[in-house]
Design a protein around this ligand. Sequence first.
Ligand code: M6R
Length: 609
Amino acid sequence: MCGIIGYMGSQAAAPVIMHGLKMLEYRGYDSAGICTMDDGTAEIRRSAGKLAHLERLIKDNPISGTIGIGHTRWATHGKATVANAHPHKSGSVVVVHNGIIENYLALKEELSDRGHTFVSETDSEVISHLIDEKYKTAGSFEEAVRTALKDLQGAYALCVLSQKDDKTLIAAKLGSPMVIGIKGNEYFIASDMPAIISNTREMVIMEDGEMAVFRDGGVKFSTIDGEEITKNSRFIDWSPLKAEKNGYPNFMLKEIHDQPQAVRNVIAGRLREDEGDVFFEALNLSDTELNSFERVCMVACGTSWHAALAGKYLIEEHCRIPVDVEIASEFRYRDPLVSGKTLVIPISQSGETADTLAALREAKSKYAHIVSICNVIDSSIPRESDGVIYTHAGLEIGVASTKAFTTQLVALYLLTIRLGRAKGSIDLKKGQEMIAALSELPDLIKKTLELDPQIEEIACEYLTSWDAIFLGRGICYPIALEGALKLKEISYIHADGYPAGEMKHGPIALVDREMPVFILAPNDRHLVKVRSNMEEIISRGGKAIAFCSEGDLETGRRAECSLLIPWAGEALSSVLFTVALQLLAYNFAILKGKDVDQPRNLAKSVTVE
Ligand code: M6R
């Protein structure tokens, strides 16, 4: 995983690269590094930890030059140390790399036999040694890179410099994303568009197996096999969103509070109240086409996978079509049963998650129709889909996904209406009722946010816990999974989510006087059953904390403590329960003094498999 940047032009390269790295820090913050080429000398600065460390290092030891490359790392091979930080240098060759080189051990052995000494534990370091080795016999820097790339197995987006050809920058891509911004004779290379869009809106999207050689104010595109190609740039007309905390102490809290507006945004312009229907700008499917699918298959990872699970409850109930929900990293390797009659829905906040992208490509190779649900405009997943439903949640910086998740839930609710109307399983009246319920949601989210002081008290009460369980039934089962994931991610408390009815089949053995069991008990058709499950916990001396719906004073009475959450109907109450669980995890983490925006070991977007 990681983010890469390259620059060649007339400006000092370091500030351009540092700005790009800041924008890419969501892809990893274990270490960062930069190299500028100054009169044939590669000036390299690297540091472990967040980008701020590298910034300080450069301030103390400035570098110059108008050509350079940079990297922000999420560790895959080797710890987060300076030695493992990119750029990696061998002889005259300097490389930054995003991806994983799968045959690096074999290459390392071969290169060691030829006298190369490795100083890091990374897979990426072999790339610099391999190019350096090829350069001994190749006629040019370009040829050295090209022949080296042919020996690499795995995924890469990389930028390469050489002290022997110090006016040239080479970029190549296979499997990991790369875009190139062009402004006259200036070139900006990056893992994504937002990292460079403040410099230029003219972008070239690199495809797998392509290379770009920048030299003398120009660029030459070719395939890795050496065939010259023409690539057209496109003008990007959307504006980058600003990362601002707006007075909040961190991005996560700001993003939790963004949710009323984020939900308004995902709905905006899409409701057709009179028709009890929904309109999507880029679904690209007629009613007849929607009707022709025999199955729906959703693929996603992490929080987005939880949204997909919630979507299954909605779509199967209201549209009467089978929905499979797949963990993207499993899907692609088991020859999945999809066909032209399957509507495949990849769900992703970033649109760059490698597993989800790979699952999309697998489904596409089997002729499935792809409609993605995504937040980041023009990212890889929507670009490769047949249709897209953007969630318009705005920039999400906090690694723990919050508003991206609730807007995914709402997008799935909207899709349910559209699909149900096309199939006739949702009639006009039902469609109108479902739409009417939505209009209340932003205000109900606001009301839920006001519960924060009570939620903080709950977090205080159970702060010393090492483990927690979250239980829910129906659509609240995926919400329980999401509550557990949020708690794990930012407070480092071990937590699991279960369907409430499954507890008695094993996990109930864990119940004791130490572990809080958070029970999601909205006032829906499952309430009676959930209450019984809660009694099973209480009768074994467990600590039951009930999250109930406003107006239900009964359920909470039996619990150790309880919280009353506004009611928005069965489907949409799941959004409000989510908000309460986000605040719960947030309060746990803050009371424990954790960094909620950049939790340890994580990255916002996981671009390796
Ligand atoms: O960008 P994506 O939605 O594809 O990301 C998928 C997961 O990596 C992501 O949801 C992750 O689980 C979050 N950190 C959860 O808070």
